[in-house]
Design a protein around this ligand. Structure first.
Ligand code: CMC
Length: 443
């Protein structure tokens, strides 16, 4: 019997099965299909709602050790990248697997900057949104609309096409994001300025008014660039799973990135940074923190920016964001909401409810106060997450497209509904049932 294996006895039949354990701790779910009671039996299935213990792919992009609080892109620790690299270089690393040398970096930067413009019709398209439309909703819509401008992007197996769409998306998403922001302010759109850095240009498209030459504050530009590095990829999170899942139908990458952006919008994912600020404003003062924590513990409230599916330790990104926040405050002045954040963190990290559940601050806990100090409205926070995550989504998508083991994503289900019912004409139907599990009560 192989040492790296698992022996299972099916007590229904008495049969024994030996399953290989791969990659130091992975068992293929497909082996369970062999465990049958009869030849026409479907075999066993594994049941794992929300994929809490299921690997959906093999990936070389991002490594997380949630217990140790470790995050690495392509093997490089996040702390080192945040200190020494810039976002465009990290995007290259994530997409291509290696850090670029001078020549490759220059070509990459040029290639991304070539694609910062969007078709004029996109502007018209944006004008159709209501004045108070959420910028993240606008971003989802306009990224999806890009697929109609580049119909050839559906050639997903073509390497050159994948490269082109990757550059286009990394180049254009900041422009769409800035246009969405300007739309909410009723301000004219600012065209890209390719003399500025990737992040500097984004700030220019957002905040430029009548200046001839807009120059971003270098400390704020660097702070935002580091925040972009921290958000570039995070392995199989909800939006990346959406990217891979939608992309697995072989749809074009614009449609898949629109789906991933929609997944990121939710308050349990990229929308958490916005939800954190709303929560802090609601708490109002550090003195109200103990009462708020009590309400979290009774389940009445959720401590936004805390907890993570994978990290059962301090999120390494949160440590860096906390430091960046103070660098930003040096320029902008203190965001007083951070006093509430600090008190929340202090009390939560001593409280058994949070300690026993291993709930620590995640990346979103300190990003909101930082973005707010920089002058971003709350509705822009998830958009600021989507911009850098575009490189991660595209890298994950390309890995999926090239992976011979990947097929269209199609989970199984455990059917728990009615077995078979007799159809009756409408006149003869009883009052709808009020049972708890009745379909009419669920929506
Ligand atoms: N506040 C209070 N209790 C919490 C929290 C929280 N933020 N997070 C988890 N718990 C409790 C949860 O109620 C459960 O308790 P019990 O065992 O008594 O039922 C236990 O901790 C385990 O939580 P879970 O909901 O099973 O954990 P999960 O892995 O499904 O959820 C999470 C992960 C991030 C969705 C969740 O921690 C959460 O809702 N956090 C707040 C939202 C947030 O900050 N999201 C940003 C995530 S990081 C950036 C990103 O990926 O976008």
């Amino acid at each position: 019997m192989a040492k790296n294996s698992l022996t299972i006895t099916d007590n229904r039949t008495g049969k024994q099965y030996e399953l290989p354990i791969e990659e130091g701790g992975v068992v293929r779910a497909s082996h369970f299909r062999d465990m049958k009671t009869a030849a026409d039996d479907f075999g066993l299935m594994t049941y794992d709602p929300s994929f809490a213990n299921t690997a959906s792919c093999r990936s070389r992009i991002t490594f997380i050790d949630g217990d140790a609080g470790i995050l690495r892109y392509r093997g490089y620790p996040i702390e080192e990248l945040a200190e020494k690299s810039n976002y465009l270089e990290v995007a290259y690393l994530i997409v291509k697997g290696e850090l670029p040398n001078h020549k490759h970096y220059a070509a990459w930067e040029q290639n991304i900057k070539t694609h910062t413009m969007v078709h004029e019709n996109i502007k018209k398209f944006m004008e159709g949104f209501r004045y108070d439309a959420h910028p993240m909703g606008m971003l989802v819509g306009t990224i999806g609309a890009l697929s109609t401008f580049y119909p050839e992007a559906n050639a997903i197996t073509d390497l050159e096409s994948r490269r082109l769409q990757t550059r286009r998306l990394i180049g254009k998403v900041p422009t769409l994001a800035a246009f969405a922001y300007r739309h909410t302010r009723g301000l004219p759109y600012v065209y890209p300025d390719n003399d500025l850095s990737y992040t500097g240009n984004f700030l220019s498209m957002l905040f430029r008014m009548a200046e001839r030459d807009y120059q971003p504050n270098p400390i704020l530009e660097r702070a935002l660039d580091v925040l972009f590095i921290l958000h570039a990829d995070h392995e199989q999170n909800c939006s990346t799973n959406a990217m891979r899942s939608v992309g697995s139908s072989q749809v074009d990458p614009y449609s898949a990135v629109a789906a991933a952006t929609a997944a990121l919008y939710g308050p349990l994912h990229g929308g958490a940074n916005e939800a954190v600020i709303r929560m802090l404003m609601d708490i109002g003062s550090p003195k109200n923190v103990p009462d708020f924590i009590k309400r979290v513990k009774t389940g009445e409230r959720r401590l936004m920016g805390f907890g993570h599916r994978v990290y059962k330790n301090y999120d390494p990104r949160a440590k860096i964001v906390k430091r960046i926040a103070y660098e930003v405050f040096e320029v902008t002045g203190l965001n007083r909401l951070i006093e509430i954040s600090l008190e929340l963190e202090r009390i939560a990290l001593e409280d058994d409810y949070f300690v026993s559940r291993k709930l620590y601050p995640n990346v979103d806990f300190y990003t909101g106060v930082t973005y707010q100090a920089m002058g971003f409205p709350m509705t822009m926070f998830p958009v600021l997450f989507a911009i850098p995550r575009t490189s991660g989504w595209m890298a994950q998508w390309a890995e999926m497209v090239r992976d011979p083991e990947q097929k269209i994503a199609r989970p199984r289900q455990v059917y728990i509904g009615e077995v078979v019912r007799k159809w009756a004409p409408i006149d003869g139907r009883a009052e709808p049932t009020t049972r708890e599990d009745a379909v009419s009560d669920q929506i």
